[in-house]
Design a protein around this ligand. Structure first.
Ligand code: FAD
Length: 318
């Protein structure tokens, strides 16, 4: 079923969903099951699976020189989606990137996903790779998420890349895209952020999932601004509990979001690791309860493999 149909069927009730990461290469599917098993009591209608592009690493050769090599640390998204759907009977939402794919490879991946009855895709551009100053698409790849949305939408109309396919089977993908309540770091301003989001929706995207945020006002203001800009699709808040001291620096650096003073104070003044975790969980519970009370369509948790913490939050919110 499509993610947007779940929202319609919920008739205003707030759903809960999760995002999982593929295990590191050499790991097994059991790692995903271990994360998801304790979370299934919250009845998530869909589960997102992130995609991780290959990264550059420098390997030292015997000669002493370093060689730049591309490696993929977390392969296997399609198989993971199939396993999740098979084991839990819920929908899987694979994240599909522009980065690392030609349009032909994207089409092939979409054909496989359609064969597996995957009906939802989160369409993303992806980030620049380490050691590259900016995002560089593949030759003959999609440049921006909107180009990927257009490609998926074309397949939903039965249009494939080569003209040899006439009357192609129409895929039936529901398309999600990313939104940034605190602005994507490359967008020159919030107005442009909203314009780009509107373009993705007009190109065929059906819903938005937000970047994590720690101040709910940012989400509510973003939703209001989207509505004023004519964006009328569901906007799903992405939530992540901040539970460790180093995250006070790493989260703003990696995700370009602000941390409220009260949260920073609660984490930095906690006595020990357990206290920090408690403070972060309480913060996320308060965020979740307010979002639910104010009618967010779904609370979408970035699990990062920590089902224990997410389950604590889920129990308090239900
Ligand atoms: P876009 O919508 O393409 O926007 C990227 C930038 O380009 C923005 O600044 C936008 O304003 C600008 N822009 C858009 N169109 C144009 C245009 N026509 N001309 C000029 N500028 C333009 N990354 C992963 O690698 N794997 C994942 O699984 C993953 N999952 C994510 C899930 C969520 C919910 C979110 C919020 C992010 C996720 N990301 C993931 C990170 C994402 O790939 C990065 O944030 C990336 O930098 C932007 O992706 P996007 O789809 O928002 O890009």
């Amino acid at each position: 079923m499509k993610v947007t149909d779940y929202f319609k069927a919920a008739e205003g009730e707030t759903l809960i969903s999760f995002e999982v990461l593929p295990p590191l290469k050499g790991g097994s599917m059991q790692a995903i099951f271990d994360t998801l098993d304790p979370l299934m009591e919250f009845k998530p209608p869909f589960i997102d699976v992130t995609y991780h592009r290959e990264e550059f690493v420098y390997k030292r050769r015997e000669s002493g020189y370093y060689e730049k090599t591309a490696i993929r640390k977390r392969p296997g998204t399609v198989g993971i989606c199939a396993s999740i759907m098979h084991r839990y009977g819920v929908d899987a939402v694979p994240h599909l990137l522009c980065g690392g794919f030609t349009r032909q490879e994207t089409e092939n991946a979409l054909i496989d996903l359609a064969f597996l009855d995957v009906q939802n895709i989160l369409a993303l551009r992806g980030d620049a790779r380490k050691f590259e100053g900016k995002f560089i698409p593949e030759k003959e790849g999609n440049n921006y998420a909107i180009d990927l949305v257009r490609q998926i939408d074309d397949m939903n109309q039965g249009k494939y890349l080569d003209n040899l396919v006439e009357d192609g089977t129409k895929t039936n993908f529901c398309i999600g895209v990313a939104g940034y309540p605190e602005k994507h770091f490359e967008a020159p301003n919030m107005g442009m952020e909203l314009q780009r989001a509107k373009e993705k929706i007009d190109a065929g995207a059906d819903y938005i999932v937000t970047q994590m945020f720690f101040n709910n006002d940012k989400y509510f203001e973003y939703v209001d601004a989207c509505r004023a800009a004519g964006i009328n699709v569901p906007i799903v808040p992405g939530l992540k509990p901040l539970t460790k001291l180093y995250q006070l620096n790493s989260i703003p650096r990696l995700f370009h979001v602000d941390l409220p003073d009260d949260l920073v104070n609660a984490i930095s003044s906690a006595k020990d690791a357990a206290g920090r975790k408690q403070a972060g969980v309480e913060w996320c519970i308060a965020q979740s309860k307010e979002l639910k009370a104010k009618g967010a369509p779904c609370l979408h948790y970035y699990t990062m493999g920590d089902s224990d913490t997410i389950a604590k939050i889920g129990k308090a919110v239900l």
